[in-house]
Write a protein that binds this ligand. Sequence first.
Ligand SMILES: Nc1ncnc2c1ncn2[C@@H]1O[C@H](COP(=O)(O)OP(=O)(O)OP(=O)(O)O)[C@@H](O)[C@H]1O
Length: 442
Amino acid sequence: MSHILIVEDEPVIRGALRKLLERHDHSVAEAESVEQANDQGLTQYDLIISDLRLPGEPGTALIEVARPVPVLIMTSYASLRSAVDAMREGAVDYIPKPFDHDEMLMAVERVLKEGRINRGNQVLRRDLERTYPVHSMIGECDPMRDLKHRISRVGPTETPVLILGEAGTGKELTARALHEHSDRASAPLVTVHCAALPKALQLEELFGSEEQPGRIEEADGGTLFLDEVGELDPEVQSRLLTLLEQGVIHRQDSLSPRRVDVRVIASSQVDLPARVSDGGFRHDLYYRLNVMELELPPLREREEDIEELAKTLLERSREKMRRGELYFTEEALSAMQRYAWPGNVRELENVIERAVILTEEDGIGPAQLGLNPNRTPQRLSRASLDPSEDLSLEDYFTRFVMENQDNMTETELAQKLGISRKSLWERRQRLGIQRPKRSGRR
Ligand SMILES: Nc1ncnc2c1ncn2[C@@H]1O[C@H](COP(=O)(O)OP(=O)(O)OP(=O)(O)O)[C@@H](O)[C@H]1O
């Protein structure tokens, strides 16, 4: 369902167009002039259909102010000249009046579809730094085969899916694979990293404000992936439930409901049922999200996949760094198979990337991987931090966070470390450093 504004001073034409669009499941608002249209907050619409000749300014005056919302111009003077002028000023298309119903509907659908594709591209561009091999989930162990089979069965349905697994096991990759297997694949997949968003900003980011659509509307027609859904604020949880139950949202501070068509996929590395029991997560929302559950195995239980994963990730990293031929020695491969991988595939990826940077020879051995089976992040404690130690960057990071997290907010920690909150959160996941439990945490 799309939100369309009709700007037309002739009540009969306005009414006819409204009926036509509503019969095709669009929600419609009306204005009689450019001035009235401007009062409505133009960017809330998916499309504006405006007559060219109006009392006051012409319909083309909306093109610039409404951008990026497309404006379709109707003109009763179907002279090629006024139509061409309108297009030159940036109208997406023009329709001669009196309009033919089919022609109007075709133009509307075409413009809306282009809008969805554009939004999809914007989201893709935003995600470029996180390039994923969407079609190639590596892994042939039994749990991975089963997972891939389930993705191909569940992907094309409209069912909400809850993806569970430790940090770095491939939850986001799974969400992408589900989206790719669905009829929504050409529309946007919008990912929201809930834990990286301060609770005070979650509502506006997801549901939008009077002037701006939020991430949920950005996903209209496509898929919304809520990464670390357990981190959502209670008010956001309750509005999300309304979206799942009724398919409508309210922008922040707005009373008028908006219908949106999104499929929701959520992920969690925390034990959500435990969150439900301690009151941190709504049980009704949990049951709505958990229609289908997919669980990702930790890498330490996928020993037989490690070699293929490592070799593929090496190829990818080698190409990225423009390095020549590189290979793992037998000792390196067996060291990787013995290691516990607390940060899972993401840690494997990072270890390999570091090795590609450090290695001067063609063969990567255990020394370049730098895996220390006794040093898993979970085992680090305050007591183990000896100030005289020669610290690596990761050790320094871990130590700084552990020593200061009780007295600093996440924002302060990130500022002191000179990184974004998102990077802080990602490094916490990768290195397995839990946030301290605090009430009213920001
Ligand atoms: N089966 C796999 N095949 C290939 N690459 C994988 C696989 N699983 C994970 N990866 C890669 O490992 C990295 C981490 O995966 P992803 O971000 O999907 O994990 P996650 O569980 O969402 O992590 P986090 O909980 O930390 O957000 C990504 O770069 C992803 O491409």
